[in-house]
Write a protein that binds this ligand. Structure first.
Ligand code: PLP
Length: 378
């Protein structure tokens, strides 16, 4: 019975063109639009060599040997947090993933009787943390501050604590939050606010809050290290009392082996180098401008404005077919389907990285335009 049930559920997904498989992607694509390594840190040989020269391979460990409270609180992680604290002038905590950092804040600080106001397109980890915490979840329309205000007016006072949660650059739609609006509403409605910077760390230097000098006004900032940071892990920036509370009560912080010293050293190395990646950021910006200009010339619609570009197709099957055709032409493009995006909003998600060549982008948009025309999409 147990396996029959699973088989039936998987069959349903296949019928809906929504079955997922782990594929081994070959490396020799003309353009890889599915990598979140926006600054291409992982193919920067010089950077990697310099990092390896900066560590003492005889002494550094490849495993942390324990959780942070039990033997896994080693020099490299303490030094890393001290560096972060100096830059952000707040406290920090390193997590094994952005997922753990996001869920920890929701699960540790919020409970039944509290409320969170979450942009409806926020990442799954935010929903998972909220569901686990028992907090009341109120979704507002994507980047719609009037809708958020309306919902705060209606519901805020019925709950004890209130948290407004947003991403900075949106992971699927590739648009960007207006932080001033979020901070205004947080202050007006006596709430805390949470900023997920998974897709802006690196791309916007130390992130959107830091570059807008509003770190102090945001209760929790999550810097994801797995994308523009070219690595793995997540950092929470928070005040001292919240840090102490997580160290005492945050189950995903307490009950897990901390990341390895070698990994932490790479994260720290990249963190210190963030201001030096100006050329990479400039190239990414120029690529972005080129893509949006070319899409416009070809009448291809997108709601995106950042380094993630979403072309909404709508139907699962059509999106998969388009991605496959582009793949046959040498472009790795992932079809994104529900539940990652809402039903009926399947899209091609194109992520840019600073190693791409302008000429390849121009040819790709020509190919994309031809495929969309064949499909009557433009
Ligand atoms: C917006 C956002 N937040 C959080 C996460 C989770 O981060 P991590 O992959 O480090 O667990 C992701 C990554 O998928 C993301 O896109």
């Amino acid at each position: 019975m147990f396996y029959n049930y699973l088989e039936k559920k998987l069959e349903d997904l296949k019928l809906q063109d929504n079955f997922r498989e782990l594929k081994n992607h070959k490396k020799n694509y003309i353009l890889n639009f599915s990598s979140n390594d926006y600054l291409n840190l992982n193919s920067d040989r010089e950077l990697k060599n310099n990092f390896l020269e900066s560590i003492n391979i005889e002494e550094i460990s490849f495993g942390s040997s324990g959780s942070r409270l039990l033997g896994g609180n080693y020099n490299e992680i303490i030094n890393f947090e001290e560096s972060i604290d100096k830059i952000f002038k707040k406290k920090s905590l390193v997590f094994n993933s952005g997922y753990d950092a996001n869920t920890t804040v929701l699960e540790t600080f919020y409970k039944k009787g509290d409320v969170i106001f979450t942009d409806r397109y926020n990442h799954a980890s935010i929903y998972d943390g909220a569901l686990h915490s028992g907090v009341k979840i109120i979704r507002y329309k994507h980047l719609d501050y009037q809708d958020l205000e309306k919902k705060l007016k209606k519901h805020r006072n019925s709950y004890e604590n209130s948290l407004i949660i947003t991403e900075s650059i949106y992971s699927m739609d590739g648009d960007i939050v207006d932080l001033n609006e979020i901070i205004r509403l947080k202050n007006e409605f006596n709430s805390q606010c949470y900023l997920d910077e998974a897709h802006s760390y690196g791309v916007l230097g130390y992130g959107l809050a830091y570059s807008h000098s509003v770190v102090e006004e945001i209760d929790f900032i999550m810097l994801g290290l797995g994308k523009g940071g070219g690595s793995n892990g997540g950092i929470l920036i928070l005040n001292n009392i919240s840090k102490e509370y997580i160290v005492n009560k945050g189950r995903k912080f307490i009950y897990t082996t901390s990341s390895s010293p070698i990994q932490t050293s790479w994260n720290h190395y990249i963190f210190k180098k963030i201001p030096d990646f100006k050329e990479k950021r400039k190239k990414l910006e120029l690529l972005k401008l080129l893509v949006y200009k070319k899409l416009k010339e070809k009448n291809i619609d997108t709601i995106s404005s950042e380094q993630i570009i979403s072309i909404v197709i709508g139907d699962n099957k059509k999106t998969i077919d388009l991605a496959q055709k582009l793949g046959e032409k040498g472009y790795l493009v992932h079809p994104i389907k529900e539940p990652t995006v809402p039903k009926g909003r399947s899209c091609l998600r194109l992520t840019l990285n600073s190693n791409m060549e302008y000429k390849d982008i121009i040819i790709f948009i020509e190919e994309l335009s031809n495929e969309l025309k064949n499909d009557n999409k433009i």
